[in-house]
Ligand binder design. Sequence first.
Ligand SMILES: Cc1ncc(COP(=O)(O)O)c(C=O)c1O
Length: 376
Amino acid sequence: MIEYIDRRNTNCIKWDSDESRGLLPLWVADMDFKTAPPILAAMQRRLDHGVFGYEYVPQAYYDAISSWFARRHGWKGITRRQIIYTTSVVSGISAILKAMVQPGEGVVVQTPAYNCFFSCLENMECRLLASPLKVIDNHYEVDWEQFEQQVQQAKIFLLCNPHNPTGRVWTRSELERMSAICERHGVFVISDEIHCEFTFPGVDYTPFATVAPTTNYCVCISPSKAFNLAGLHCANIFVPDEAVYARIDRAVNIHEVGEMNPFGVEALMAAYNESEAWLDELQQLIYSHYQYVCQFIREHLPCFSVTKEEGTYLAWVNISASGLSAEELCQRLARQEHVLFNPSEMYGAAGYIRINLATSRENLTEALQHLRKIIS
Ligand SMILES: Cc1ncc(COP(=O)(O)O)c(C=O)c1O
């Protein structure tokens, strides 16, 4: 059973931060659902133990990752020596950039893009090489020619697989093509696969590791999105090349802040070893919410359109017919209707809002009704 929780007054960014207090927040990508029961049980056992000293990450932790990705996604043979644990995907990406690029060197990012990709690049003083995705029949596609032009000038391609915010779950052949282009130009790929568990019925996530012809890449993974564990700060970087592993490991750990906490270890193991049925149910719920938003927009706001997506829990809605910028629309919605969505400008694009589907149907309905009200 997926259980909705009223998260107000629990110090969560989504509901309680200065910008969201008192509003109905369908913005930042975490969920209003209680995590899976086996995770809660494992954490409770750890809590009952009552000692929270320095954590040793056991072999069982790596086995849980390896077994999950082999079983669920056909990505076989992950070993402990290829995994660097860290506190979050974003801090991991920053460390990887630190290890792999010099200031001023180029990093290709497919836009619109997850906003922290921009801040990571800025913080690491990398040059952004934007590769805008094309919208064809309400569906995002790669502009291959432009992508290759950007890759030619780059040191790194920072891939989002599946893609936030457009909801694309890249196909095997698309990933093969991206990978071949990067290979051709000697470009290292960082694949952020944090959204990999969110695919709609009939769609499979393809791990980049299963298409890459060489070891010139790394992959960021975490159970945090799928099992709503972001606050536990537990993420992993898969690095298949030994020399690159050593460089990234050094960059992750140079400030001695990458250590794991006891609850993160327990939660990851319980998620990957025991929570598959819960995740299956969650996927269905998210897909039903996506369909609901599509239907609502079709019926009540036909001048808008929801992007055809294959995954994530984020609906990407084209609002350009409103005559307002997405930022203006979101500001008005916050001010007049007390609802929070994310405007596309923060992802480097115009004319869209991002709606977080991982909440109750009631919240979703209420938020959509406010959107309708402000437009009519
Ligand atoms: C693509 C992507 N990567 C990373 C993150 C954040 O990961 P973390 O909290 O582990 O830094 C998000 C959160 O929304 C995301 O969408």
